[in-house]
Design a protein around this ligand. Structure first.
Ligand code: NCD
Length: 319
């Protein structure tokens, strides 16, 4: 059966460490002038995005190109989805091109799992509604590990709209797997019931934020809200915004982007040296290269080509 990456739940700590180790080997490629290896030459990657995306879509595209895959990017706007084609028909159509991987983002929880049933391709979940966003969690763990080394015993607070956040769900699982103590924090209306079963604590105020080593702020997911979950954004910001007085110099700050400046984060903390927001974006490329590699070339005992061998075998790149 083709392997897919649908949820962090499918990965053990060893699986995560294998993928992160691979990403580290690709970081060396990212430092070269010709940032390309031939690993996926002749394989087709389809990026199918039914929801807005800047970082995830562009970094999957760059990742596929750096692995020399043939890449097709389909956005819902401008595709036959606009004409009423169903997800199943779209997948059957795209599967006729015999892709090795389909990367899918959808507003519907469970969409990636359905695609995995309908297609022989490996499927990567690039965000399914409010359920999961496993590659975001992997790149976050990667970024933090690069900065701090081991994550065992690290106290991570995930603050904001946990209820509607696929990033929160995947990150509670991923940070937990890596040995962190995870706390989710937000107003009661924005914390899912029984979230503790994922392996985290719940707090409804920032009173104990000082204990956190890492603060991971979330965007208010307006697009997934019907009705009002907070009295007003101003009141939300007054109670939960991370700003300079709430961030101690020893704490690191993360955010998956896009940031709503002045809501979940104040401008000065976004631009502070404690913020890992841009390193997170950078990590997206090598981690997504590692995920594609792991699914397509990592199994079956095939080792990664030596970095130098890759350099000589690399295709010439147009300037
Ligand atoms: C996140 C997403 O789309 O789930 N963004 C991302 O992938 N970097 C978070 C968000 O939209 O708030």
């Amino acid at each position: 059966m083709t392997r897919s990456l649908l949820s962090i739940d499918d990965l053990s700590r060893m699986d995560i460490e294998r993928i992160l180790g691979r990403a580290e080997s690709f970081a060396e490629v990212a430092g070269r002038e010709v940032k390309k290896v031939p690993t996926l030459r002749g394989r087709t990657v389809i990026n199918l995005f039914y929801e807005s995306s800047t970082r995830t879509a562009s970094s999957f595209e760059i990742a596929a190109k750096r692995l020399s895959a043939d890449l097709v990017s389909v956005r819902a706007a401008g595709s036959s989805v606009d004409k009423g084609e169903s997800l199943k028909d779209t997948i059957q159509t795209l599967s006729a091109y015999d892709p090795a991987v389909i990367v899918i983002r959808s507003p519907y929880a469970g969409a990636a799992a359905l695609v995995a049933r309908w297609s022989a391709a490996a499927v990567v979940n690039a965000g399914d509604g409010k359920r999961e966003h496993p590659t975001q969690a992997l790149l976050d763990v990667y970024t933090l590990r690069r900065r701090l080394g081991s994550l065992d015993g690290l106290k991570v607070w995930i603050v904001g709209d946990v209820l509607h956040s696929r990033v929160a769900r995947s990150n509670v699982l991923a940070f937990g797997r890596m040995g962190c103590e995870v706390t989710v924090c937000g107003p009661p209306t924005l914390i899912p019931r029984e979230v503790e079963s994922l392996g985290c604590r719940v707090r409804h105020s920032l009173d104990d934020l000082g204990e956190a080593d890492v603060i991971y702020a979330l965007r208010m997911q307006h697009e997934r809200m019907e009705g009002s979950f907070v009295p007003s954004l101003r009141e939300y910001a007054a109670r939960f915004q991370i700003h300079a007085r709430r961030l101690s110099p020893r704490q690191l700050l993360m955010h998956p982007g896009p940031v709503n400046r002045g809501v979940e984060l104040s401008a000065e903390v976004i631009d502070s040296p404690q913020a890992l927001i841009i390193p997170q974006v950078e990590s997206g490329i090598v981690v997504r290269m590692a995920v594609l590699f792991d699914l397509l070339a990592g199994g079956g005992g095939r080792a990664a080509p030596e970095p130098q061998a890759q350099a000589t075998a690399a295709e010439p790149q147009p300037a």
